[in-house]
Design a protein around this ligand. Structure first.
Ligand code: UDP
Length: 365
């Protein structure tokens, strides 16, 4: 055996594990299907701008240990995500806060906003929210649901809000203060110089092979190491024996514009159903860039099929049941360790991934 660990996937989970393993003197081989490292946090410099090639990634955490950990690999700026939402020709601040309520209804005090929302909840008649529509209305009332949530969510997930679980919308804060910070976390920022350098530094001194599809050469790669860290799709690992898990995919359209400032903000959401994309990212604003040109990315949600990039697991009951079956198979493996968003079939923020990878390394190294 040439290696202690074969790590399938050069994303944040695999790279964190590889870094910890290297520190303890283990030898790893990291392989990835793509032609670059860093998975979905990959950023690439174009026109002097760090472009988030797989959608906006904003680092945020409450965990001081994790914050110090990532700061070993990059300096972070003080970026705070304050997206705006455009519905027809109206512009609203996100997440839902006093600025949003003031623009929607003209209310000024938290008390007035709460009264307005309570009245709308009573009119709609929700008690225990059973789906995303009911959950959204019970948090912010009908007007905000109709203008800022319904269209966006149905584009994002490709189904009715009444068919989606309530928890998805609970990711967004609702605040009765004039605070446009999208996240509640204490530590937030964007790495100056992009995310790819973080993964590069984590993988320094570790063997990496890119453009390698593990599933095409599984027999060969399995012979190279004692243990495997698998960060890909768990259903693919088991050859879809219990059926396919569903994902939502995204298509990105990058455009270079010959102007300094295209939209005045890093993230602008388009919440009406007739605009085909959900949001436009203007990358230079993540780093307060002063470049002559600008790069924007339109994000189009799309139906996922085998061969597409899986972005969001669709954690409904039937998929979760299938996942549980794969998990039982996974538990029986003595040489394979699963980790990351795809193998766990779970939406993870970057800090969660680091925590999971550190726990995994403590247990297995
Ligand atoms: N959402 C919405 N309107 C918005 C932004 C978000 O209705 O303008 C809902 C939507 O259902 C989405 C969920 O909130 O799936 C979570 O949004 P978040 O911004 O956390 O999604 P991500 O950035 O992870 O795609």
């Amino acid at each position: 055996m040439k290696y202690d660990f074969l790590i399938v996937g050069a994303g944040l989970f695999g790279a964190t594990f590889a870094y910890e393993a290297k520190k303890k003197g283990y030898k790893c081989l990291v392989i990835d299907r793509r032609n670059h490292i860093a998975g979905n946090i990959y950023t690439c410099e174009r026109q002097g701008i760090q472009v988030h090639e797989y959608g906006a990634h904003i680092f945020h955490t409450n965990n001081k240990y994790v914050w110090d950990y990532v700061n070993q690999f990059a300096n972070f700026n003080h970026f705070r995500n304050s997206p705006v939402a455009i519905y027809e020709d109206e512009v609203y601040n996100l997440p839902f806060n006093m600025n949003t309520f003031n623009k929607m209804w003209g209310v000024i005090t938290p008390e007035e906003a709460k009264q307005k929302i309570s009245k709308q909840i009573i009119e709609y008649g929700v008690n225990e929210p059973q789906n995303l529509e009911e959950q959204a209305i019970s948090l912010v009332g009908i007007d905000i649901y109709q203008k800022l949530i319904k269209g966006y969510t149905e584009k994002q997930w490709g189904c009715k809000t009444t068919e989606l679980p309530p928890f998805i919308i609970k990711r967004l804060p609702v605040r009765f203060t004039y605070d446009n910070n999208y996240f509640n976390d204490t530590y937030q920022g964007i790495p100056i110089g992009g995310y790819t350098q973080i993964i590069e530094k984590m993988l320094e001194g570790t063997d990496i092979e890119l453009n390698v599809d593990y599933f095409n050469e599984r027999d060969y790669y399995d012979t190279l190491a004692d243990k495997i860290i698998f960060t890909g799709m768990i259903d693919e690992y088991y050859n879809y024996c219990y059926g396919e898990l569903e994902y939502r995919s995204l298509n990105f359209e990058h455009e270079v514009h010959d102007k300094i400032n295209y939209q005045g903000n890093a993230v602008v959401n388009y919440t009406e159903s007739t605009v085909p994309y959900t949001r436009i990212i203007e990358h230079k604003h993540f780093d307060y860039g002063k470049q002559e040109k600008t790069i924007i990315t339109k994000e189009y949600p799309s139906k996922w099929q085998q061969g597409d990039e899986p972005f969001y697991p669709i954690n409904n009951e039937s998929n979760n049941q299938i996942y549980e079956k794969y998990k039982l198979l996974a538990k029986k493996e003595s040489n394979v360790i699963y980790g990351g968003r795809l193998a766990s079939y779970k939406y993870y923020d970057m800090d969660d991934i680091i925590i999971e990878a550190l726990k995994c390394s403590q247990k297995n190294l």
